[in-house]
Ligand binder design. Structure first.
Ligand code: COA
Length: 176
C-alpha cells in the first residue's frame, strides 16, 4: 500500500502533529483532533511505527480507519512515520506535538515523553489538551478488550471502527 505523502508546512502556517499508535482510533482521539484543528492551521495525525506496542490492526488497517474517520475534516491529514517523533515533526515543519491527557495516570508517562522530546528538539513544543470527561476512562486497549468479549463499544468508536473490531474478533478464537 502506498502511504500518503508528508505535507510540509510553509513557514507562515502553524501546524501540529498528533502522534500515536491509534490501534484503533477512538472517539477520544477524535475529540482531541476536532478541538486541536481550531487552534492550528493544520494537524497531521502521525501513526508511529516505533511505539513499543503490539498492535491488533496492521499499519495499513490503522491508516485506513484513520483516513475514513477524518475524511470530512478540513486541515487534517494522516501520515505514517518511522523513528523519532520530533524528527518527524521537523520534517513536517510542525511547531508542536499534540497529546491528549486523560487522567493523572497519563501524566507521568506524558511528562517523561515531553521532556525527552524537548531535550532532543528544544524548538518543538508538546501541547496537551485535556480529554473531555465522557472519554476520560476509555483507551484503545479497553475498547479492544470489551469488543473481544462482545461488549457494546458504539459510544466509544466511530461506526466503521466498531465494524472493523467486530470483524477482527469474529475471526479469532478466544482462549480461555
Ligand atoms: N481519549 C481516549 N483514549 C486516549 C486519548 C483520548 N483523548 N488519548 C490517548 N488515549 C489512549 C489511547 O487509546 C492509548 O491506549 P492504549 O494504551 O490502550 O493503546 C493510550 O491512551 C496512549 O496511546 P497513544 O496516544 O496512541 O500513544 P502511544 O503511547 O501509543 O504512542 C508515541 C506514543 C507514538 C507518541 C511514542 O511512542 C513515540 O513518540 N514513538 C516514536 C519514537 C519516539 O520518538 N520515542 C520517544 C523518544 S524519547
Amino acid at each position: 500500500m502506498k502511504y500518503p505523502e508528508i505535507k510540509r508546512s510553509t513557514t507562515s502556517l502553524r501546524t501540529a502533529i498528533y502522534p500515536g499508535t491509534f490501534d484503533p482510533i477512538t472517539n477520544g482521539h477524535l475529540d482531541i483532533l476536532i478541538r486541536a484543528k481550531e487552534l492550528f492551521d493544520g494537524v497531521t495525525i502521525a501513526i508511529a511505527t516505533d511505539s513499543n506496542k503490539v498492535s491488533l490492526f496492521s499499519l495499513e488497517e490503522r491508516l485506513e480507519l484513520l483516513l475514513e474517520a477524518t475524511k470530512d475534516m478540513s486541515k487534517v491529514s494522516v501520515c505514517v512515520f518511522e523513528g523519532l517523533t520530533v524528527e518527524f515533526a521537523r520534517q513536517c515543519g510542525a511547531v508542536a506535538i499534540l497529546r491528549g491527557l486523560r487522567a493523572l495516570s497519563d501524566f507521568e508517562y506524558e511528562f517523561q515523553l515531553a521532556l525527552m522530546n524537548k531535550k532532543i528538539a528544544p524548538d518543538i513544543e508538546t501541547i496537551f489538551l485535556m480529554t473531555q470527561s465522557q472519554f476520560s476512562f476509555i483507551s484503545s486497549s479497553a475498547i479492544k478488550w470489551a469488543a473481544s468479549l462482545n461488549g457494546g463499544i458504539s459510544d466509544f468508536v466511530p461506526p466503521h471502527v466498531e465494524k472493523a473490531l467486530i470483524a477482527k474478533y469474529a475471526n479469532r478464537s478466544i482462549v480461555k
